[in-house]
Design a binder for this molecule. Structure first.
Ligand code: HEC
Length: 144
């Protein structure tokens, strides 16, 4: 290839890269943040979860405070939705506060927890950390 041909090719690739970057950066219309999968109750529950700062004590997928348990799969655990409902309604002395939630708020929070439960399993029970820092999951809680 002649030098001029190389320079042309280089220029075309650079322009292509910039055009691609720009189009990816500018296209926001097609971004689906998952809202279409959420019912009204789930959305309201998500907002309540933020407003009451449940994350200060609870984790979802391992992220959050550590005073209370991880809530990712509390709905499908052996304790299940009834236990969660009682917790939300009355709290548990001394650490899970009774937040004085209304029936509607409890319903919405339970819907949100149900939605989170279906989105995955946390924490994985058995995993190995690879040399490059990624993890290989050996099995999940559900497989036991
Ligand atoms: C001050 C810390 C704190 C805050 C804030 C808090 N929790 Fe808790 N929560 C706890 C603790 C501690 C437990 C475990 C209580 C026990 O087992 O005695 C718990 C238990 C629970 C359980 C039962 C989980 C299971 O094991 O099945 C649910 C559900 C729950 N909390 C939901 C929530 C939600 C939703 C919010 C926000 C509206 C919230 N919590 C706010 C501390 C907290």
């Amino acid at each position: 290839m002649t030098l001029q041909a190389k320079q042309w090719l280089y220029a075309v690739l650079c322009i292509g890269f910039l055009a691609m970057s720009l189009s990816v950066y500018m296209s926001t219309e097609n971004v689906d943040r998952g809202f279409s999968l959420m019912s009204e109750d789930v959305r309201a529950g998500k907002q309540l979860f933020q407003d009451y700062n449940c994350t200060s004590c609870h984790q979802i997928f391992g992220l959050g405070g550590y005073m209370g348990p991880d809530l990712t799969n509390c709905m499908s655990s052996e304790r299940g939705p009834k236990y969660a409902e009682v917790m939300l309604r009355y709290g548990a002395i001394p650490r899970m506060p009774n937040l004085g939630l209304t029936d509607q708020e409890i319903k919405e929070l339970l819907a949100f927890l149900m939605y989170i439960d279906k989105s995955g399993t946390s924490p994985p029970v058995d995993f190995e950390i690879n040399s490059i820092g990624t993890i290989d999951i050996k099995h999940y809680q559900d497989d036991e």
